[in-house]
Design a protein around this ligand. Structure first.
Ligand SMILES: [Zn+2]
Length: 269
């Protein structure tokens, strides 16, 4: 695995990436809200779910509008869910992260598409408990075709990452009724992993499986302690896979250096 050199971008570019990312985030909110219901993501324009008032242009500023309106509709005062500003803010931060990591490059174009898919998939999985094929398949195609196009590793490295990641999750899905007596992984998780492994390659897939398991375990324990876990004890796994995917994508080589040094392999100079 090659260590990519860190490009230098201007502050203007960095801030602009965050602003444009937040605007894209408000579109991702619309997608996350409408796609599972089979509604068009383009028409009609955003409306208040209670009073039906069309959202004014000046109230469409990501994050800021929500804060200025104190999280309420301007017309009827109905609370607007905090999911909206959170998705906008996270998308803005992720766009800044990609721009910072990869600068002005085709890699950044691919990376911005990648993180945007992961935001909307995580939001849908959290609220609706599904990872729609309409998003996981295109993500897999974007990742594998994008990698075949710009590399930097040979195509089989990424195809191998997709196969390894999805294969392990498929194995867990098959094993978990035998071991734990209950359904584990959903097929949606397996399909999502094709895109994640396809984007980050074999070493990325290993990091993601590890990172998602650890963060999923910690997340589950926290929710259990807060008594927020539902009675089935199930937890949507998509957001944890997405978290692992973003960590592997932005910090993959650093994470490997860190784990190997923890294992005592980093001191042989
Ligand atoms: Zn309203």
């Amino acid at each position: 695995m090659t260590t990519a050199e860190q490009p230098v971008i201007s502050w203007i570019t960095f801030i602009a990436a965050g602003v444009v990312g937040a605007v894209v985030g408000s579109f991702l909110n619309v997608v996350a809200h409408r796609l599972p219901r089979g509604e068009s993501v383009v028409f009609p324009p955003s409306r208040c779910p209670r009073c039906g008032a069309r959202i004014r242009a000046r109230d469409l500023v990501p994050v800021l509008s929500w804060v200025l309106l104190r999280g309420r509709c301007r017309d009827c005062g109905e609370p607007i869910h905090w999911q909206y500003p959170v998705v906008e803010g996270i998308t803005g931060l992720l766009w800044m992260g990609v721009a910072w990591r990869y600068g002005w490059s085709w890699e950044t174009v691919l990376g911005l598409v990648f993180v945007s898919f992961l935001v909307v998939l995580s939001a849908i999985d959290l609220w609706e408990w599904i990872l729609p094929d309409a998003l996981t398949y295109p993500l897999a195609a974007v990742a594998l075709l994008g990698r075949a196009w710009i590399g930097p590793e040979p195509w089989w490295w990424y195809a191998g990452g997709a196969a390894l990641g999805a294969g392990v999750l498929l194995g867990l899905r098959w094993l978990s009724p035998l071991l734990f007596g209950k359904e584990g992984m959903g097929l949606g998780d397996v399909k999502l992993m094709i895109g994640l492994g396809g984007m980050t390659g074999i070493s990325g897939a290993v990091l993601i499986l590890f990172g998602a398991s650890v963060s999923g375990l910690i997340g589950g324990l926290i929710l259990m302690a807060l008594k927020r876990l539902d009675t089935s004890g199930r937890l949507p796994f998509g957001p944890f896979l997405a978290f692992g995917g973003i960590a592997a994508y932005l910090f993959g080589s650093d994470l490997w250096v860190f784990y190997l040094s923890m294992a005592g392999w980093g001191n042989r100079q």
